[in-house]
Design a protein around this ligand. Structure first.
Ligand code: S3P
Length: 450
């Protein structure tokens, strides 16, 4: 359970070198999309390497509620027998998307142009997150939404019976919003156009093309213009999900800050819209190499090798890179604490509306562990103390956020005194094997009461 049950306090203490191979789970973004697009085709989609974290399992359950047959064959092999574009049935109960903003926003888009009504809820974190960013563009198709104050979940969406196509410029850099509009556009006649000023992860565009939709992408002065031709017949696919660069970030950063470490993280998806962290780490002086670069299933993939990096330097992370590493700032701020000098992160307002306010959560935890952090609405700066100098020795709040919990567990591997999170259970939303995988590399992570 992630944050719905008894909290699971976890402690991480300084450990010897991390060594070995870390097989991280499948990509979360691609896993959600595989299930949703599989549900929107007639016929059987095969998925290998699906992330079996709670977020994705909630999306699998949701697809069943909309009428698809979703089967778990074990070992990450799944099949989806879909109902076709426009074929969603009306669910007979409230859809619970747990902790997942991606799940709920993409599913709202996928059902928004079908003549059905569905109600959505989630955990305390998800129910506090803004949904207007999707309901506003969905209203342009003719979709109605009624939620709590501030357009928050629980929320009911009444799909447009007679949808019209939409042209929409996404006002915030968000792949979830872009994807919700494109998925809604699938069942609208004519062409739906989404314009993004800053490129965000492009898995939806790539996968829609893979499933046989006509999607064109043009770089213009207005931004990235994505045009989808509505009402296609999607064709079932065989999907091999690459391993998640956002999960790889944790063993990679742990190796970089833990003396003597040498860790190989194979088969990592290195789509340029996702790989900003690795460039940033290299600019900071991290010993990171990409081995065996190749292409798999339309996505660039490589094996990453990360070694202990004694001479890390703080840098200014270019704001233009933010979208390509948006989920990695929590763990980057941990690496920054072990670097010499200031790491300056700007253009990151979106961090305030993730599973938690991630600037606030990390700043509080880092400060209590002896690291100086300055922050503003859309920026923050961490002043590094250098290797061996970060005190630690505190319990910090994970605020229902998997990446906050994992970032502080990584931090404890190299602080002078252990780091404890009050609740490690949210880790199961995206990286259920985190503890076992890190322990096998040599980390010392313990449940406080065990
Ligand atoms: C995701 C998009 C990002 C990211 C999230 C996954 C996706 O969110 O933070 O973890 O799969 O589309 P935003 O679209 O809100 O930036």
């Amino acid at each position: 359970m992630s944050g719905h049950g008894t909290p699971v306090p976890m402690t991480s203490r300084s450990c010897g070198p991390l060594r070995g191979t870390a097989h991280v789970p499948g990509d979360k973004s691609i896993s959600h999309r595989s299930l949703i697009l599989g549900a929107l085709c007639v016929g059987e989609t095969h998925i290998a390497g699906l992330l079996e974290g709670e977020d994705v399992i909630d999306t699998a359950k949701a697809m069943r509620a909309f009428g698809a047959t979703v089967t778990d064959h074990g070992g990450g092999e799944w099949t989806v027998n879909g109902v076709g574009v426009g074929g969603f049935a009306e669910p007979d109960a409230v859809i619970n998307c747990g902790n997942s903003g991606t799940g709920v926003r993409l599913i709202m888009g996928a059902m928004a142009t079908s003549p059905i009504t569905a109600s959505f809820t989630g955990d305390a974190s998800l129910n506090s997150r803004p949904m207007a960013r999707v309901t506003v563009p969905l209203a342009l198709f003719g979709t109605q939404a009624v939620g709590r104050q501030g357009r928050r979940l629980p929320m009911t969406i009444v799909g447009a019976a007679d949808p019209v196509p939409v042209r929409y410029t996404v006002p915030v850099p968000s792949a979830q919003v872009k994807s919700a509009v494109l998925l809604a556009g699938l069942n609208a006649p004519g062409q739906t156009v989404v314009i993004e000023k800053e490129a965000t992860r492009d898995h939806t565009e790539r996968m829609l093309q893979g499933f046989g939709a006509t999607v064109s992408v043009e770089e213009t002065e207005e931004g990235r213009v994505i045009t989808l031709t509505g009402q296609p017949e999607l064709t079932p696919q065989n999907i091999v999900v690459p391993r998640d660069p956002s999960s790889a970030a944790f063993p990679v950063c742990a190796a970089i800050i833990t003396p003597g470490s040498d860790v190989l993280v194979p088969n990592i998806g290195l789509n340029p819209t996702r790989a900003g962290l690795f460039t940033t780490l290299q600019e900071m002086g991290a010993d990171l190499t990409f081995e065996n670069m190749r292409e798999e299933g339309g996505e660039p993939v490589a094996d990453l090798r990360a070694k202990f990096s004694p001479d890390l330097k703080g840098i200014a992370v270019p704001p233009a890179r933010a979208a390509s590493m948006i989920d990695e700032y929590p763990v980057l701020s941990v690496v920054a604490a072990f670097a010499e000098g200031v790491t300056d992160m700007r253009g990151v307002k979106e961090l305030r509306v993730k599973e938690s306010d991630r600037i606030d959560a990390m700043a509080k935890g880092l400060r209590s562990a002896g690291v100086s952090v300055d922050e503003g609405p859309d920026w923050w700066k961490v002043t590094g103390l250098g290797h061996g100098n970060v005190p630690g020795g505190v319990t910090v709040a994970s605020v229902l956020d998997h990446r906050i919990a994992m970032a502080f567990m990584v931090m404890g591997m190299a602080t002078q005194k252990p780091m404890t999170v009050d609740d490690g259970s949210p880790i199961a939303t995206s990286f259920p094997i985190f503890e076992g995988l890190m322990t096998a590399l040599g980390a010392q992570i313990m449940h406080v009461n065990s």
